[in-house]
Design a protein around this ligand. Structure first.
Ligand SMILES: [Zn+2]
Length: 447
């Protein structure tokens, strides 16, 4: 039996829901991959006198964060000049992302994943949902990424984005990649899968038909939905239905579906999503970056929709995404009293969805029996933390703070700000060597 580790002393915030327990001068005891106790530092010290101490230096002790929508493959785009104006969402896809993903080879897929996972670790994310595309390195790409995930030590939910944008054969290869990975890793404790779809406007009816036929009943979809008006317009022009109608028509809109964005939805659509039990994923920084507008969070929540939060490859910093969501609500409503109620459930929704997918009901909570996903945020809060004001601390403090320790399923991935599983300076060196050739391949590709 492995020894017990006590993480403390610090201010324990036991979950991201609105009724979270707060323990001042608290601590969390972990053993192997589980939390075995939560209480005051003094009580846990007395209960586990031989425990190893991981000093929290008085910081906030929080559950590991969950990111519901990321794109590891975007990591090497930083500083890349597409060489053409990207005046609208379609041009952003054609001129940047669909060229970058085609230019990726196995080496740059691996490096992109490792760098993104290092950033997730740095910002306290312990469970990440990735949406991958690398058409020139498609077969086996999810297993390649899974290998990096194992090395990094996080939990991940992977998928490959099926699309007809480079032809039907490639769409079928993407479907096969999802199905193969799902059958390899169906019930793995740290790796799960979804069925990735790019977006309605790039997926033909015959492809959706195949997806519908071949999808195992317990494998939910992970798709970009109505990220921009382009999705609705082209879906109707090409296939005679809205994106949501198409998902419904092919039996893909259900309680296991992850729908990223939802910027261009009407109230009727949102009500149907609420009825289906699917989760909408808000990506505020990405939506601002692409100037596509924003999901009407207030309306979605008032219509009963479950809404979670992602970063869409813009960053790996979930507390930063929460702050962006909050500021987006205030900017959108023009009402300085708005925002708190609207964003208060986003991180909790992420934890609930990850708990469902990993069959770990207590994931995202600091409580006995929960997976040992724990982070410590620095510095200690300079003002009182109570059950009633944790969101204020997240939005105005922790979102601008650094993470001291990241522990995922009992394994310390970041200790006193240093990665323990990934050699980040070496990865950056490798990336600087590999990126010029990647960018050269990018420039040679037509849009
Ligand atoms: Zn995305």
């Amino acid at each position: 039996m492995n020894s017990v580790t006590v993480i403390g002393p610090g201010t324990v915030v036991a979950s991201y829901d609105q009724e979270s327990t707060v323990i001042t001068n608290g601590a969390v005891a972990i053993q192997e991959d589980r939390i075995i106790d939560v209480g005051t530092f003094e009580d846990l010290g007395a209960a586990y006198p031989r425990a190893e101490l991981l000093d929290a230096h008085g910081g906030l002790i929080l559950p590991g964060l969950v990111n519901l929508h990321h794109h590891f493959y975007s990591a090497l785009a930083r500083g890349l000049d597409p060489g053409m104006p990207m005046r609208d969402f379609g041009k952003i896809l054609e001129g940047l992302w669909w060229r970058l993903d085609r230019a990726l080879d196995a080496e740059t897929v691996r490096l992109s994943a490792a760098l993104s996972l290092a950033d997730c670790t740095r910002w306290g994310c312990t469970t990440v949902f990735d949406h991958h595309a690398s058409p020139s390195c498609l077969g086996g790409s999810l297993n390649l990424i899974a290998g990096v995930v194992r090395e990094a030590g996080l939990s991940a939910v992977l998928c490959y984005e099926v699309s007809d944008r480079n032809g039907h054969d490639e769409a079928m290869a993407g479907l096969e990649e999802n199905l193969q990975f799902a059958s390899d890793h169906g019930k793995s404790p740290r790796l799960r899968s979804l069925l990735g779809l790019h977006a309605s406007f790039t997926i033909s009816d015959s492809t959706l038909e195949q997806v519908s036929k071949q999808r195992p009943a317990d494998l939910g979809i992970h798709i970009h939905l109505a990220e921009d008006q382009l999705d609705t317009r082209l879906s109707q022009e090409r296939y005679g239905q809205t994106p949501l109608d198409r998902l419904d028509h092919f039996g893909l809109l259900d309680g296991r579906a992850l729908l990223a964005h939802g910027v261009d939805l009407d109230r009727h659509d949102v009500s149907r999503i609420a009825e289906s039990g699917a989760i909408l994923i808000h990506n505020p920084e990405s939506n601002s970056n692409n100037a596509v507008g924003r999901l009407d969070l207030e309306a979605a929540l008032s219509l009963g929709c479950t809404v979670g939060l992602g970063t869409d490859g813009m960053s790996s910093r979930m507390l930063g995404s929460l702050r962006a969501a909050f500021l987006g609500v205030r900017a959108g409503t023009g009402d300085p009293t708005s925002g708190f109620d609207t964003v208060s459930g986003l991180l909790h929704a992420n934890s609930r969805r990850a708990a469902q997918i990993f069959d770990e009901p207590l994931l995202g909570r600091l409580s006995e029996g929960a997976p040992a996903d724990v982070i410590v945020v620095e510095p200690p809060a300079p003002t009182p933390v109570t059950a009633a004001n944790t969101l204020g601390h997240f939005l105005y403090g922790a979102s601008e703070s650094v993470v001291r320790h990241t522990i995922a399923r009992g394994r310390v991935l970041l200790k006193d700000f240093r990665h323990t599983t990934l050699d980040v300076p070496a990865l950056a060196d490798e990336a600087r060597s590999a990126t010029p050739a990647l960018w050269e391949r990018f420039r040679e590709l037509d849009t």
